[in-house]
Ligand binder design. Sequence first.
Ligand code: NAI
Length: 327
Amino acid sequence: MKAPVRVAVTGAAGQISYSLLFRIAAGDMLGKDQPVILQMLEITPALGALQGVAMELDDCAFPLLAGMITTDDPNVAFKDADYALLVGARPRGPGMERKDLLEANAAIFSVQGKAINDHASRDIKVLVVGNPANTNALIAQRNAPDIDPRQFTAMMRLDHNRAMTQVAQKTGTSINDVTQMTIWGNHSSTQYPDLHTALINGEPAISKVDGTWYEETFIPEVQQRGAAIIKARGASSAASAANAAIFHIRDWALGTPEGDWVSMGVYSDGSYGIEEGLIYSFPCVCKDGDWQIVQGLEINEFSSSRMKATENELKEERNAVKSLLPA
Ligand code: NAI
C-alpha cells in the first residue's frame, strides 16, 4: 500500500462536500490503492455539523481513509497538504452587489492562499470550486508567491461534462463517443462551450448538428445549466459538482486518456492571445501530474469574439478586487 496523501477540503460541511468527501475516501479521485488523510476546514459555527460528517465517514469504514482532521484554522487544514479542494465560499446574500460578493470572497481566498503558501506541500495541487471560482483561484494564487502559479486551478469540468452530455444526447450517441470538448473562459454565463474542437466518433461534432441549434440552444443551455438545476431542485448542483471536482483532480494527477483532453481553469501563459496570468479555462492535456494547454487549434471569428468576451469578464472581476491583490 502507498503512503497516505493529505487532501484538504474547505466548506467541508456544505452540500458539495457531502458528496465529495465520501468519494475521495472511497478512492474515486486518486485510485483504489491510494490512502488519504482528509483535512477538513469549516467556519467555526459549522464545526458541529462537520463533526457529524466526520462521524459518518468513520461509519463507512473506508479502507483507504487513513486519518481525518476537522478544524476552523486554515493553517491546520493546509498543513503538508498534497491536494486542496477549495469548495467553501461566501454565497451572495440579499442586496449584495457583485462587487461585494467578489470582495467577501477575496477576503476568504487571500487568507487561504497565504496558509497554503506557508504550510502546504510545495507540490500541492489546488482546485477552486467556490464561486466566483476563477477569480477566487487568482486571489489564492497571488497570495501564495512561493508556490508555482500553475498549481492553482479553477473548476470548469462541470461545464465540460454538461457540454459532452448535451451533444451526445442531441446526436443520439454515447458520452463515450464524444472527445476533445472545450470550454473557454470563466465559470459563469459568459463561458464559451466550443463545439468546433469536439469530435464524435472521431468526426467533427459541429458537422453533426445544425448551426442554429449550436448557437441558440447548445451554448445557452450549457451556460445556464446551473440556473436550470437550481430551478428544478431548489438547490444548486451538488453531486454533479462533486463529481466534476473528482474528475478534475483525477485527470490532473493520473493523466487524461490518449487522444483526448479536458477543460481546466488554469494560469494563462498567453496562449490564444488570452492575457497572461488570468485563470482562464483552456483545453488541457494532463500527463505525469502536470497539465499543458492544447496548442494550435483553429479559432474562427465566432469563437474568437466569444473567447474575448469571457476574457473581458475575468479582467473586470480581477479589477474589482485589485486593491486586495498583492502587488
Ligand atoms: P454550501 O453553502 O452548501 O456549502 C459551503 C460551505 O462552505 C458551508 O458549509 C460554509 O460554512 C463553508 N464556508 C464558508 N466560508 C468558509 C471559509 N472561509 N472556510 C471554510 N468553509 C467555509 O455550498 P455548496 O453547494 O457546497 O457550494 C459551494 C461553492 O461551490 C459555492 O460557492 C457554489 O457557488 C460553488 N459551485 C461551483 C461550481 C463550479 O462548477 N465551479 C458548481 C457548483 C457550485
